[in-house]
Design a protein. Structure first.
Length: 529
């Protein structure tokens, strides 16, 4: 059957993709029976000519529907390169039967789909998996018990741990949660319904995040609160039975299925992607990290990502000589791509110490004077600027205006006389006074690159909940795990760290006012090459 006009138009917008090798046809709305008798719908894209050829098969399982942009980006684009593509809707979405339960049915339904594939005349026994975000989660669910036909995987901006997406070091990722559940609840209903819901959320976002009960207010603005949102917000403890069986990281342990892991330095799933790569066995993995967010990976990075993905899949499903393991990272502060021998690379942990009066130095301060005090007011929470997230304002942004606020401490080095490269995981070790004054205090720390014009650009950051200590006079040591990065600070630039009580609405605001005195001995630890 001829491709729909909307799909053909969408494919033409993907100018960065390689030229087609084959014309493409498709079979829409194929019913695929599950073990319990429920039928899920799938579209089959396949290369022409009419004379049959041996083409491997790619399976893409989606809770987001089978239309825009997935039909063009995964169905047509990969079929053009010589693959059968089965693009399937998860149960309870886009016409598929059953009830949708996010994170719950991907394993059994994936296995039933493989059983159906084995009965298709065009399936030759060579299977690959590909897809982003929740579609990558579906891959890990299938890889937990990999079928013998599975020969390669490509996980784009991949998730394996739902709790870790919703809760970051004990703090609820409010803005990302609202956007993600809206997309899952509406994108499979079609572009018009999805855009309508997205616009409604955008118009109501300030009201939602500023309310005392954001989840309830979301339901008022949007008409209802999906159980995926209410359940996630109500269960902050990863050990809660609500999350049982949803963390699929163990699927990567010893998985002898060649897997390409793709993420971005501002991807909300970066930490999870690196965990997946780290658990895969050597010889069966490659890593690609670009200068992207979770969503711009398929805008700014589509050509690079698709090219590497198609080469990986072809290399393990078609070509006699598979591609070698490779680690490619974009180096922030430059336009360079860097090949690394290992992740994380060998590095020396170098501490930089905040000093009174706003200095940042390699030497610890020789005084007991506090470096500064963070004041947090829930009536005017410290706003979020850039960083990892799902909004269009995520990514690398100028923090200069944010740093003028009196609730943001900044500590800045002198101009660098030589370039400094920071590649690996960044962490802050902050000593705070024991008298926090709130049981819901949070600590947000960010690394920035200040250019010659004085503009401050975020590099990476982290947040954690600070628990009140006893009446001891000793300062409490708080470790703020920050995301990994690969960044070059150029000569003439300055290294800066921000310390504040939050980043709202990216993270839920603390409900009580508090103060955190930053004590001498606090440091940010940078992995230097």
């Amino acid at each position: 059957m001829k491709l729909p006009l909307s799909t053909r138009i969408a494919r033409r917008t993907l100018a960065a993709l390689p030229a087609p090798r084959y014309a493409v046809s498709y079979e829409p709305h194929l019913p695929v029976p599950m073990a319990d008798g429920v039928e899920l719908l799938a579209d089959h894209y396949y290369p022409e000519p009419a004379t049959p050829q041996d083409f491997p098969t790619l399976l893409v399982r989606s809770p987001y529907g089978r239309g825009f942009p997935w039909a063009a980006l995964y169905g047509v684009a990969f079929a053009e390169q010589g693959f059968h593509v089965l693009l399937q809707s998860s149960r309870g979405t886009a016409g598929s039967g059953g009830v949708f339960q996010l994170w719950r049915d991907d394993g059994p339904d994936g296995q039933a789909t493989i059983a159906w594939l084995r009965r298709q005349a065009w399936f030759d026994g060579r299977l690959g998996l590909v897809g982003p975000s929740a579609m990558a989660y579906a891959q890990w669910a299938l890889a937990a018990e990999p079928p013998p036909e599975l020969k390669a995987m490509v996980v784009h901006v991949p998730l394996h741990n739902p709790h870790g997406f919703f809760h970051r070091n004990g703090v609820f990722a409010l803005e990302d949660a609202l956007i993600a559940v809206t997309a899952v609840a509406t994108q499979h209903l079609g572009v018009r319904r999805f855009l309508g819901a997205t616009l409604r959320l955008a118009r109501g976002m300030k009201r939602i995040v500023r309310s005392e009960s954001p989840i309830e207010t979301y339901g008022q603005v949007m008409g209802r609160s999906p159980t995926s949102l209410t359940g996630a917000a109500a269960h902050p403890d990863p050990g809660d039975g609500y999350w049982q069986g949803t963390d699929l990281l163990s699927a990567a342990d010893g998985l002898e299925v060649p897997t390409l892991v793709v993420s971005g330095w501002s991807d909300v799933a970066l930490d999870q992607a690196l965990q997946q790569y780290g658990r895969l066995p050597a010889g069966y993995r490659s890593l690609l990290i670009g200068p992207w967010t979770h969503t711009t990976a398929f805008q700014r990075g589509v050509g690079k990502i698709f090219g590497e993905s198609a080469a990986w899949l072809r290399g393990h499903l078609v070509d006699p000589a598979p591609p070698k393991e490779r680690i490619q990272v974009a180096l922030g502060g430059t336009d360079e791509w860097r090949d690394l021998a290992a992740w994380p690379p060998a590095a020396v942990p170098v501490p930089w110490y905040p000093h009174p009066e706003g200095g940042l130095m390699r030497e610890p301060p020789g005084t007991n004077v506090a470096a500064g005090t963070v004041h947090y007011n829930p009536a005017d929470p410290t706003p979020s600027v850039g960083g990892s997230g799902l909004t269009q304002k995520s990514g690398i942004r100028d923090n200069t205006a944010l740093e003028q606020r009196n609730d943001v401490l900044i500590f800045t080095s002198t101009p660098l006389t030589a370039a400094i490269e920071v590649i690996g995981t960044v962490a802050a070790e902050i000593l705070v006074d024991p008298g926090i004054g709130s049981s819901s205090a949070t600590l947000f720390v960010r690394l920035c690159d200040v250019d010659e014009r004085g503009h401050s650009w975020n590099v990476c950051d982290g947040i954690t909940r600070v628990v009140s200590t006893d009446s001891s006079s000793q300062p409490a040591a708080v470790t703020v795990a920050m995301s990994s990065t690969a960044h070059r600070f150029l000569p003439g630039h300055r290294i800066r760290i921000q310390i504040s009580g939050g980043a709202h609405p990216r993270f839920a605001a603390a409900r009580e006012a508090f103060r955190l005195e930053i004590r001498p001995g606090s440091a940010i630890v940078l992995p230097a090459a």
